[in-house]
Design a protein around this ligand. Structure first.
Ligand code: BGC
Length: 756
């Protein structure tokens, strides 16, 4: 039987089953179509004006339903690491009192748990809080690949690895949608830099897109039934994402079977006909393209009304899948609740990465009676700040507060000094420089001698020093990338002086992305990556430092030795030429300074046209460093514990579809600890250019002191296929493979060879 005939019969059967009210055997996306009959009847009753009213913003965070037919508006909220406070146009706070939400660990922290369970719970908790606030769609999870160490949104994104990002995206999506709030996967696609994000044309070949950048989106759409997707600001291979028919129609809808709706990133719609035919459903925000202009396009015959109907249908599918929260039920209790706060806490506990513990400085020894906590990042709160979606958190326990509370229980004295100035951005880079002894006006401002001397004095009289370094929300922020990954404002000088005063030092890095640790490393016998870790981040960190729990996070991205080693820098394809200000913020600034919409349009049209060439192809992150044999500071997947783990020999079982690998893991220590086991595949004698090895499966296992458990890691053989740029399809190359299992990408403990 011909392929197309089979498909026709299958789809006829599916339609019959749906009509009979049966969801059996349907894909998660097909489930969205169960109301199509009803929806088509509704569409038939709607005027063109009513339809188009649904296709653009009503307010900054809503789009219209069909009031005449009793169909409610769709209410959106940012995402991804907390439900955003209630705001009016231009993101101005409305000053509500019940809209304080839970601040969850940001993307890279969640990913450092390498825990599907945590990702599910995170999504579920977001979905729950979304419901309390009457929201239908969370603008998240943010699942772009961390291509650049300097990326402004690395902290929001999950990983440099598509398999890790995909597995966690699937669970977050399931969790949120199970709790009754749809996700909106963002930013589709290849939004891997903030530099020129509103205009940059990303040039990437199909294999690179399929194997690396699209994977997390594909998995969350196909496996978890994500109901909404947000085309990104940038262009991909010549077309803005909001009008990119290849991404939105050919791949998303035709290949992956997406049945939900698309919503442009805020200010990311650029045309009427292009976006209408290129797969966009809702213009966010404004109606200059998907308002009267769309009506006119239909009326003058340029656009078939069926295109508008299809968009309305996709929106209504989500509308019927997500129950609207009645007005008198929403916002009656505080958004953040103990149940969801506990989830944020659990994620934080599992995310903290022990990068180094050379002389066993951690956990804090029992005979330490006085700790000097040095560094402003110990008191930094990270729920809000910078540009982009922050969280008005109900509370936030800073690292210092966490340490103080835990130290009080242990009868340990804690003294604190800021140690260095912290850079604070001035909105749009304007306004007078701040005259505050703790604030730097640029990241390059060197160490402050007074703050340094005060810190050294405290270090000398303490039994132990905990130095808090890293970045802050003015440095890692939406709308711009970092200039470099250096530790700012003389932090290196401070750590050196502290070490010389008292070598019993542990460093905690509070940042969302990697930093250059070459200078700091010799002066830090112990180093912890502490992330931007949610409202209980300080509590979880103190538990790790004091040894109540063992650290168990693993890096979701590589810490390169130096920025220039990373692929886009090594190949000289980033940063390229900047057009100056980010397009999104530029619009707001021009608007605020009195430009008319037409003048803004013209201004933007005349800006240079930047290009970002993904020359490194599939060699992103560890795929690059390992294949090119470039040494790194800390490898992808790295993370130590307070105990050691022993891995037993591998047993490999193959079925037609899957490979299952079993082995034992033993906790050699005497405290309970989690280990994240990682499985990589290396191709032997492949005819296709491939990375040295690639992650295929992972799992987290909890082991009591001395305990042994059997772990089984499984992955579909189809995951080993590569995208063939010539034939434009997935191809499974048969042949020998080596399966590598270990504690990190650079700490492989057991291997086994097999064939596929
Ligand atoms: C961001 C999105 C966000 C939207 C609405 C945009 O600037 O790129 O991630 O969801 O604003 O706040």
């Amino acid at each position: 039987m011909k392929h197309s005939t089979t498909l026709t019969i299958l789809s006829a059967i599916a339609t019959l089953l749906i009509a009979a009210g049966c969801n059996c055997g349907m894909t998660p996306q097909d489930k969205l179509t169960v109301n199509d009959k009803k929806i088509n009847k509704i569409i038939a009753q709607m005027t063109l004006e009513e339809k188009v009213e649904m296709l653009h913003s009503k307010t900054n965070m809503s789009s219209e339903g069909v009031p005449r037919l009793g169909i409610q508006d769709i209410k959106y909220t940012d995402g991804p690491f907390g439900i955003r406070e209630e705001n009016g146009d231009g993101f101005r706070s409305l000053g509500w009192t019940l809209d304080s939400a839970t601040y969850f660990p940001t993307g890279s922290a969640l990913a450092a748990t390498w825990s599907r369970e945590m990702a599910y719970k995170n999504g579920w908790a977001m979905g729950k809080e979304g419901r309390l606030r009457g929201k239908d769609i969370i603008l998240g999870p943010a699942i772009n690949i961390q291509r650049l160490p300097v990326g402004g949104r690395t902290y929001e994104y999950l990983s440099e690895d598509p398999v890790l990002a995909a597995r966690l995206s699937v669970e977050y999506t399931k969790g949120s949608q199970d709790a009754g709030t749809a996700v909106c996967l963002k930013h589709y696609a290849l939004n891997n830099q903030e530099t020129n994000r509103g205009s940059v044309d990303v040039i990437a070949d199909e294999r690179t897109m399929r194997e690396i950048y699209l994977k997390p989106f594909e998995a969350a759409v196909k496996e978890a039934g994500a109901m909404c997707i947000m085309p990104a600001y940038n262009k991909v291979n010549g077309y803005y994402c909001s009008e990119n028919a290849h991404l939105n129609n050919e791949i998303l809808r035709d290949e992956w079977g997406f049945k939900g709706m698309t919503v442009s990133d805020w200010g990311g719609t650029h045309s009427t006909m292009g976006a209408a035919l290129g797969g966009l459903c809702v213009q966010m925000t404004g109606d200059n393209y998907f308002g009267q202009a769309l009506i006119d396009s239909v009326r003058n015959g340029a656009l078939d009304e069926a295109v508008v109907d299809a968009k309305v249908r996709e929106i209504l599918r989500l509308r019927f899948a997500i129950e609207p929260v009645p007005e008198d039920v929403a916002n009656t209790i505080m958004t953040s609740q103990p149940e969801t706060q506990k989830i944020a806490y659990e994620i934080a506990q599992k995310s903290i990465v022990l990068l180094k513990n050379e002389t066993g400085n951690l956990p804090i020894a029992k005979d330490v009676k006085k700790i000097a906590v040095i560094g402003q990042n110990a008191v930094l709160t990270t729920a809000a700040g910078g540009i982009g979606a922050g969280v008005k958190t109900l509370y936030e326990i800073s690292p210092l507060e966490g340490i103080q509370a835990r130290a009080a229980e242990a009868g340990v004295e804690v003294v604190y000094a800021p140690g260095y100035k912290n850079y604070q951005m001035r909105m749009w880079g304007r306004g007078p420089a701040v005259a505050n002894p703790l604030v730097a006006n640029s990241t390059d401002e060197p160490a402050d001698p007074t703050l340094l001397a005060e810190a050294v004095a405290l270090a000398k009289e303490a039994d132990m020093v905990i130095f808090f370094g890293g970045t802050n929300k003015s440095i890692e922020t939406e709308g711009s990338d970092r200039k470099n990954i250096d530790l700012p404002n003389g932090q290196n000088e401070v750590i050196k002086a502290l070490y010389e005063a008292n070598p019993n030092v542990a460093t905690v890095l509070i940042s969302g992305g990697p930093t250059d640790l070459r200078f700091l490393e010799p002066y830090s016998p112990a180093i912890v990556q502490g992330w931007w870790n949610g409202l209980e981040g300080g509590t979880a960190l103190a538990e790790v430092l004091f040894g109540d729990i063992a650290p168990s996070g693993k890096l979701p991205f590589t810490f390169p030795n130096k920025l220039e080693d990373s692929p886009a820098y090594a190949l000289g394809v980033f940063p390229g030429k900047s057009v100056g200000e980010d397009l999104f913020t530029l619009r707001y600034r021009l608007d605020a300074t009195g430009y008319t919409p037409e003048q803004i349009q013209e201004y933007i049209a005349n800006l240079p046209k930047p290009v970002s060439e993904y020359k490194e192809g599939i060699f992103v992150g560890y795929r690059w460093f390992e294949t090119k044999e470039v040494p790194v500071m800390y490898a992808f997947g790295h993370g130590l514990s307070y105990v050691d783990f022993e891995y037993g020999a591998l047993k490999c079982k193959k079925s037609k579809k899957n490979i299952k690998v079993s082995f034992t893991v033993k906790n050699l220590g005497d405290m309970e600890a989690d280990e994240v086991t990682q499985l990589y595949v290396k191709r032997i004698g492949s005819a296709v250019e491939r990375p040295l090895k690639e992650l295929e499966a992972f799992d987290r296992v909890t082991l009591k002191g001395g305990e042994t458990k059997e772990v089984t890691l499984e992955f579909p053989i189809s995951e080993l296929a590569h995208w063939d740029n010539e034939t434009n399809e997935w191809v499974l190359e048969h042949g020998k493979i080596e399966i590598l299992v270990g504690s990190s990408s650079d700490d492989i403990r057991q291997t086994i060879a097999t064939e596929i």
